[in-house]
Write a protein of this length. Structure first.
Length: 390
């Protein structure tokens, strides 16, 4: 199988899609599959890839020229490709769909959907106020309507749509995509044994709270900053470390200054994957106050490096933490529920018995649940090959 991956987010950019793209490419080439990647990120780091993976990057800064170059690269490289796998239905998927259609012999397209891109952009731009589920029931015009039409057209055209959760499976089917073309393949992580051993044994600061991910409105990072004064009133040794970049970065920095938290809150910006893992490994607690997620890599990675998780009770977290991995109760809270967040953080960072239960459950669950990444790679390869053979 000759695979062409169309990527929009790529390291050093942070986020699950970037991590997934690199992991998939590196593992598939080890199995003898020829993999090429076309990236929209002109700063794409080739050093994170196996030497056998060929990486092509755009060079233009101007958006129009950048997407034009991206499309041309896909159109040229698709000639000697069996299937194109787009890492998203809009920025990567729309150009990939056009490239597939405009070849003399139409190429097959697979697309990964980790969320509703139209809703996400509506939130960032302040054009959409409702949650993702209510968003599905409304009609939009203008930019948001155009983005929605594109993601629906791409997913309907694709021969295969891969989603990381049952929740997203239902969402995509609601767009009118044929259920037989939708596959749920849960996100997993692939970390070298040497790195895992190193990280699991890292000394921890239990009062060091960490947040990792894109700084988007629905991630709830502002609320976490807002509760820091109360945590510091209870114990002045608490620290908050924020890793990532995004549209909310400026607002978060302003709030930190407004609350005079410069000595207690660090914004480290986007870090490499290994650097982010090392920061997580020496922290006492990972907090996810998201109002929406597809299925976050960071939870799986936190388990592997021995950092307990305290997360909001949104559908994706419940599906992952309780339905799939039977995680203990009491580690979920309603998004932005400040008092519950404060009491939960105080308990999880000071109650040794609670922490021991969490770590014990992690050790019992992980070896049997395929979090090494092997299962995800095998299922993805199988799904792509079935499409190629059909």
């Amino acid at each position: 199988m000759r695979l062409l991956i169309a990527a929009d987010i790529f390291p050093p950019e942070s986020g699950g899609p970037a991590t997934y793209c690199v992991t998939l490419a590196n593992e598939l080439v080890k199995q003898g599959i020829k993999v090429k990647i076309v990236s929209l990120n002109k700063q794409s780091d080739k050093g994170v890839l196996d030497p056998k993976v060929k990486l092509y990057r755009v060079h233009f800064k101007n958006m129009l020229f950048r997407y034009g170059e991206y499309f041309l690269l896909l159109w040229v490289l698709i000639w000697r490709t069996d299937i194109v796998y787009a890492m998203g239905p809009v920025n990567a998927g729309w150009p990939a769909r056009l490239a597939c259609l405009l070849r003399p012999r139409k190429k097959k397209l697979a697309v990964k959907v980790v969320g509703d891109y139209a809703w996400e952009q509506g939130q960032v731009l302040g054009l959409v106020k409702e949650g993702i589920d209510d968003f599905q029931k409304r009609q939009y015009r203008g930019k948001i309507g155009s983005l929605r039409n594109k993601e629906i057209a791409v997913t309907k055209h694709a021969s295969l749509v891969i989603v990381p959760s049952e929740y997203l499976e239902e969402l995509v089917i609601g767009w009118g995509v044929n259920p037989e073309r939708v596959r749920v393949i849960y996100n997993e992580v692939f970390l070298p044994t040497e790195l895992l051993t190193e990280l699991a044994s890292s000394p921890k600061n239990l009062k060091r709270i960490i947040i990792i991910g894109r700084l988007m409105p629905w991630k709830g990072v502002m609320t976490m900053v807002e509760i820091m004064p109360e945590l510091l009133r209870r114990d002045s040794s608490y620290q908050l470390v924020i890793i990532g970049d995004g549209p909310e970065r400026g607002r978060i920095q302003s709030l930190i200054q407004q609350l005079q938290l410069e000595s207690a809150v660090q914004m480290l910006g986007p870090l490499s994957h290994d650097q982010a893992l090392r920061e997580m490994a020496k922290s006492g607690l990972l907090v996810l106050n998201s109002r929406y997620e597809g299925l976050p890599h960071v939870i799986l990675e936190s388990w592997l490096v021995g950092c307990p998780v305290f997360a909001s009770n949104i559908v994706a977290h419940v599906e992952l933490l309780q339905r799939r991995y039977q995680f203990p109760d009491g580690l979920l809270f309603k998004p932005d529920e400040k008092e519950v967040m404060i009491s939960g953080i105080l308990k999880l960072t000071t109650d040794n018995k609670t922490r021991e239960i969490i770590i014990k459950n992690r050790q019992q669950l992980l070896p049997n649940k395929g979090l090494s990444g092997d299962n995800m790679i095998a299922l993805t390869r199988q799904a792509l090959q079935q499409v190629c053979a059909s």
